[in-house]
Design a protein around this ligand. Structure first.
Ligand SMILES: Cc1cc2nc3c(=O)[nH]c(=O)nc-3n(C[C@H](O)[C@H](O)[C@H](O)COP(=O)(O)OP(=O)(O)OC[C@H]3O[C@@H](n4cnc5c(N)ncnc54)[C@H](O)[C@@H]3O)c2cc1C
Length: 596
């Protein structure tokens, strides 16, 4: 058993973890623990952009950004935190630029911006160019830039270490326990603060844009330590995943003028969102697609639609919409514009489905994409553990694993990358500040016991269940019944199924019984996390008898502010889930019906 001591321990080396580490390391001894090599984190897969009201090509304001975010959240976002994020966004993007991030540029040298779903000019209601981007590799560039800065600042990295447990002593944070993949050794990280930045959990669903590593470890391990998870019923389905594979086709494609077309050749979004059309928010488009396919208007009657970014189609609909360039000339694209702005998308389509999007439409279906819910925090990344927002001293969470909540019931595109940078920064600053005045706490005897117990129960189990079957059954039932559309009966079926799988999980057998480089064991532990998350998600969803943002029910189709304008908190207790609720923080923007 190895022991380490750092004032700040960051779990996760994606955009949120690296930003947190960068800021904390200026003032406190800081280590980053990551199950992946840092630049393999899912942030590197982000394509489309990071939102900030720079106003480089047309009028824009942080207030508009804030209001769009509130509206996009279907009024479930906490408005003080949203204002804070939109205000900080402009400086955050310039800070990334100064760190060396190679943003795409306008001819005058300023950072280029493209339209994205739900981002509007608040006066005209028309789409506004707010997404700053580096071609369709924005996340890749962010991750590389932050990693270089962290190395420069001498942040200590522990790569391919799996954090299994959080240590809490007398209600305060005391460190984490991690398994080193290569050696199978357990490590105790004794710390004053812990920042959890472990990303999302889209692997709960069958079709997803998320990395294999998105198994919700951060939420699962805090749930096991009595910390609730907030708003877990809200999970975003992105409208455009490659059919059957789920690989993401960025919303940037629609930002550049791409349109969705049904099996009858119709641009159907005109019917569902007459003003913003293909740039409506993701929940609206995913639902529209579902309805089109359900009514038999999928391509050849199948369960997919076309995403068309071929220049003829883009230029045709640009004329229909009266879309103009910033200088007032009609908007036009050529094949080489598409190639320059969406190189990775073209590459993915050629590699995975043998289609060139410059000449052919792409087959797409909604894909599980983003967790709005997660570990509850305030706007400084401090973890809050009850209905009264009581802070758990020394514990922070940032990035997709956290629920601040700025995304409420539905996140706008480009706001996740922004969330990483802003709340990563403040959690890092707060952790360093806390570390300066607090002592290290004495560790309990055998701090690794709970983590070991979880691994041992998997290693010693001798039943007949196979991990692959349990995973497949969970993903299927969650995709079918806790997906784009939901009804009571289906969700109840999902709850029952997941509980059955939880029992069957106790009977799994893995072939490799050792600890050294045991991917088999790790995958089983990750699956146990996904099962807990599936249960909490399905139970939270079943209880919410309304439709709001990404939580859309056929049996309760209206938003119900009277009863449900509140955040869900879910605790894992006595082998089940207990639910509680806390109010949404509303300041300037009173809830209104959505109009598109
Ligand atoms: C395909 C795709 C495209 C996207 N495009 C955009 C976009 O254009 N704009 C936008 O705003 N958002 C986008 N998003 C969302 C956004 O990219 C993510 O929400 C965000 O990058 C998550 O960052 P993070 O730092 O929270 O987590 P990640 O970048 O995923 O990092 C998580 C880290 O946690 C570590 N970790 C996890 N579990 C453990 C454990 N048990 N022990 C140790 N380490 C652990 C991992 O090793 C990793 O380093 C996209 C998401 C996807 C999937």
């Amino acid at each position: 058993m190895q022991k380490h001591q750092y004032e700040v321990v960051v779990v996760g080396a994606g955009g949120a973890g690296l930003t947190a580490a960068l800021y904390a390391s200026h003032k406190a001894s800081t280590a980053v623990i990551s199950k992946l090599y840092p630049t393999r984190s899912h942030t590197g897969a982000a394509q489309g952009g990071i939102g900030a009201a720079l106003g480089n090509t047309e009028e824009d304001h942080p207030e508009w950004h804030a209001f769009d975010t509130v509206k996009g959240s279907d009024y479930l976002g906490d408005q003080e935190a949203i204002d804070f994020m939109a205000d900080e966004a402009v400086d955050a993007v310039y800070e990334l630029e100064h760190m060396g991030l190679p943003f795409s540029r306008n001819p005058d040298g300023t950072i280029a911006q493209r339209p994205f779903g739900g981002h509007t000019n608040n006066e005209t209601g028309k789409p506004v160019r707010r997404a700053c981007y580096a071609a369709d590799r924005t996340g890749h560039m962010i991750l590389q830039t932050l990693f270089q800065q962290s190395i420069k600042n001498k942040v200590r990295f522990f790569d391919e270490f799996y954090v299994l447990d959080l240590l809490i002593v007398d209600g305060k944070t005391a460190g984490v326990i991690a398994l080193e993949l290569a050696t199978g050794e357990m490590h105790i990280f004794h710390s004053k603060t812990v920042i959890i930045a472990t990303g999302g959990h889209g692997r709960v669903w069958e079709i997803t844009s998320n990395a294999y590593s998105y198994t919700g470890d951060g939420v699962a391990l805090t749930l096991r330590r009595g910390i609730p998870a907030e708003d877990m019923e809200f999970f975003q389905f992105h409208p455009t995943g490659i059919y059957r594979m789920g690989i993401l086709i960025t919303e940037g494609v629609r930002g550049e003028g791409g349109v969705l077309i049904n099996g009858e050749g119709e641009r159907f979004m005109e019917r569902y969102a007459p003003t913003v059309k293909d740039l409506a928010s993701r929940d609206v488009i995913s639902r529209a697609m579902y309805l089109e396919m359900k009514d038999g208007r999928g391509i050849d009657g199948k369960r997919y639609l076309h995403m068309d970014v071929t220049p003829e189609v883009v230029n045709h609909y640009a004329d229909v919409d009266g879309r103009k360039n910033p200088d007032g000339s009609p908007y036009r694209v050529t094949a080489s514009d598409i190639l320059n702005k969406l190189p990775d998308i073209i590459d993915f389509c050629e590699t995975y489905i043998g289609i060139n999007p410059i000449s052919d439409p792409m087959p797409v279906q909604p894909t599980a994409h983003y967790a709005m819910g997660g570990i509850p925090t305030n706007k400084f990344g401090e973890v809050v553990v009850d209905e009264k927002n009581t802070i758990l001293p020394g514990l922070y969470a940032a990035g997709e694993v956290a629920c601040v909540s700025v995304h409420g019931a539905n996140r706008l595109g480009t706001n996740a990358l922004l969330d990483l940078i802003i709340f990563g920064k403040y959690s890092g600053l707060k952790a360093a500040e806390y570390s300066a005045s607090e002592p290290y706490l004495d560790l309990p005897k055998e701090p690794e016991a709970f983590a070991m117990q979880q691994l041992d129960s998997i290693r010693q189990s001798k039943g007949n269940e196979r991990m692959i079957d349990i995973a497949a059954e969970m993903k299927q039932v969650m995709f079918d019944h806790v997906g784009v559309f939901r009804v009571e009966e289906g969700m109840q079926q999902a709850v029952d199924k997941v509980r059955e799988l939880k029992e069957r999980f106790k009977e799994i057998t893995i072939d490799d019984k050792g600890l050294k480089f045991n991917n088999n064991l790790i995958e089983a532990w990750e699956l146990s996390n996904l099962i807990d998350i599936a249960e909490v998600t399905a139970v939270s969803a079943l209880a919410r008898t309304e439709s709001r943002g990404a939580h859309s029910r056929d049996d309760y189709s209206e938003r119900d502010d009277k009863n449900w304008l509140k955040h869900t908190l879910a605790w894992m207790e006595n082998g089940g889930v207990r639910l509680g609720y806390k109010p949404v923080q509303i300041t300037k923007y009173k809830p209104k019906a959505r109009a598109y």
